[in-house]
Design a protein. Sequence first.
Length: 533
Amino acid sequence: MKKILLAAGTLIFTFYFAGAQSQEEKNNAHKLLNAYSAISNLYVDETNNTKIVEDAIKGMLEKLDPHSSYTDAEETRKMNEPLEANFDGIGIQFNMLTDTLYIVQVISGGPSEKVGLMAGDRIIMVGDSLIAGVKMDNTDVMKMIRGKKGTEVRVKVKRGSIPGLLEFKIIRDKIPLFSLDAAYMADKKTGYIRLNRFAASTIEEFEKAFHELKKEGAQNLILDLQRNGGGYLNIAFVLSDEFLDKDKLIVYTEGHRQARSDANATENGLFEKGKLVILVDESSASASEIVSGAVQDWDRGIIVGRRTFGKGLVQRPIVLSDSSMIRLTTARYFTPSGRNIQKPYEKGNTEAYNRDLADRYNRGELMHADSVHFPDSLKYSTLISKRTVYGGGGIMPDVFIPIDSTRNNDYHFKLVRYGIINRLTMNYVDKNRKELNKKYSNINKYKEGFAITEDMLRELTSMAGEEKIEFNEEQFEKSKELVSLQLKALIAQNLFDTSEYFQVINDQNDSYLEALRIINDDERYNKILNGGN
């Protein structure tokens, strides 16, 4: 019977590859089948043939590029949830690469963001279980980190070049569905909208928020894409269309076996006139880069922040017969000026690729704009003002804003990682909610009247001591202002909503403050768009 099944499989395989374009391709296909047949029929021990096939697929994809990947049926369903539906968990998107769990994106407003997990972190342990280097499937990992709302999980992560492992205590929660974090009037003429990802509901959320801001008098817009790791590319096309005139090229894709395909703006844009500033940083990727690149290339608005992630490869989802899925890179995308902003990678070396953000920090790029160097071969010109822009490694902002590392230190990291700051705010609001609601009926009254007290800070350090976090007075004094701001913002979020959190935290967001200065200075705004500084 086994020989009959093998013969049938060979026949099916032969028909499947009958459309191969060359004899070499047919030979390669039969070579794979012969190797599989030999293993399944002759190997000394019993084999898991399904796993053999899956491992072979993964091995092939890992040698191509950092973004081609395979997920089984259950992994496929769960990894799509952050863009489609509600679920309970810790709030991360991840890839399992070379036996290591890399965090691809931390979902805004979720439990992981609240304790300070970041894109690029590598989860090494969950509870007392080692998950790195033990060849675990994504499904097994998800079973360990997912769980009911209110339950606790501890993880240990490796972050960049920081020695040792960092431990985080996370309380699972309902993961927010919305892609829009905040929408409010930054001043009398300027609206602010923050998107955390490009999901199925993004355009509906954006348009609703924009119409409300217009009613409040918005003539200008700050679009915040900081830490937005992307999502659906077609949503990026539609969002770009909101800002560009009819028929302007938004992006085009092209690959060795994929003909060029253009996405052009329609006549339906909501905000084709008026000052526009887009905020980006090193975690802004993929769909965020499409929007930023289109706006920059057409001199439609100003990009403020730090160089973006640099993902310029397009993945096509290919659903297999058992509902598993290959995400295969089939094309590169190019901005209207012809830039491909994919950062360099060495095939098969995902470790170095995922270390890129840490390397940027170590060589000072996040603090100094002049540490970024592009060859002349990557130089392009914008389409209206002929300003110089670069490809080959993310979107370089028009105005660079260095990261502020002066207030960050190990003691502050531990306060965040162990959930101490978040826990204090929840306890405080639970005890004082009625009084706070009575005293602060809106966010403006709260911002003006509420202040973090010394008693609250002492309680914070006491709670840290209970978690065996040794008090460091010097480090605490350096981060005291930042800690107070985070406490005030999180209390605002608990009292009101996520939008109010950003209304507080943005008061010390250097990119946001610079965007406001630029928008309110006609001469400087126009000078930047015409190639000045």
